[in-house]
Write a protein that binds this ligand. Structure first.
Ligand SMILES: [Zn+2]
Length: 275
């Protein structure tokens, strides 16, 4: 089998992209302390032994038999996303799924700075599995972050209604609908790391590229690049920030009208069902 070129075709480029995404998420106020985590499905195209020579056996939160032999990069629990770029290999673990899919080999750098992988590993793995099995993607990135304005609005009852949230957040800049044509899925609050959050996230990311975990944060996906997943968070957070500004300004602005957004979409050939 010929190795297929993936969008980010060498390991160092993917590690650098995770570092850059972590830095940007921190800059936009979406990753305080050690909040947030990033994972990337790499398939089988990469030789990981050079960067990650140490290995140990780990159990997986849930068996992923379809992904046996495949590799993932996953950020370490307790690591600060903003510091990943200083030494990506020390902050990231590489998971290679064993035959049968119930366990894995964790490969790490000798400079490893974490005990365990992210506590949201169950949601990351379940979403990767669902998307890879369904779409056959060769590359898949997932980013969880806690953007301030999006998360704040998820505490406000009106914005827990998905149609209301999308119509209000996607009205402030012409490019928002271009980057989020399917809008944002909203799921009710679930305990972090829980089976409920995992199931809701898998279902949400089947039809959307981003899910808002009410009263917690967001998860965004991309089968193109880590930065693309990160950009989507930034576009959504910018919309939420405009929305917040408007709320505290007595709602004096009305944003782009539905007709204006429809005109943008028809000019660019974008299908959307929000406006
Ligand atoms: Zn979180």
């Amino acid at each position: 089998v010929t190795a297929v070129r993936v969008p980010e075709a060498d390991l160092d480029a993917v590690l650098d992209a995770i570092g850059e995404a972590g830095r940007r998420l921190s800059e936009i106020g979406a990753s305080e302390g050690a909040a947030g985590n990033i994972s990337v499905y790499l398939g089988r195209s990469f030789d990981l032994r050079g960067r990650f020579p140490d290995e140990e056996a780990i159990e997986l939160p849930e068996a992923v038999p379809e992904l046996a032999g495949d590799s993932f990069l996953v950020t370490g629990s307790g690591r600060r996303l903003r510091e990943i770029r200083d030494d990506p290999a020390a902050n990231i673990g590489c998971v290679i799924i064993d035959e049968g899919g119930a366990s894995a080999t964790l490969r790490t750098s000798p400079r490893r700075r974490f005990e365990r992988l992210t506590s949201e590993l169950n949601s990351h793995l379940a979403v990767h599995r669902d998307r890879i099995v369904t779409t056959g993607a060769r590359f898949h990135a997932l980013v969880h972050a806690q953007p301030l304005y999006l998360t704040y609005l998820s505490h406000v009852e009106a914005y827990q209604d998905e149609a209301f949230l999308n119509r209000h957040l996607l009205r402030w800049q012409p490019e928002t609908i271009v980057n989020l044509p399917d809008g944002i899925r909203v799921v009710p609050f679930c305990v972090p790391g829980s089976a409920q959050l995992q199931a809701a996230t898998v279902e949400a990311l089947r039809t959307r590229c981003m899910v808002l975990w009410s009263k917690h944060g967001v998860m965004s996906r991309s089968d193109t690049s880590v930065k693309r997943a990160c950009d989507r968070i930034e576009y959504a957070e910018t919309g939420a920030r405009y929305e917040y500004l408007n709320l505290v300004n007595g709602e004096r602005a009305s944003g782009l009208s539905a007709e204006q957004i429809q005109a943008i979409c028809s000019s660019l050939g974008i299908r959307q069902g929000i406006f």
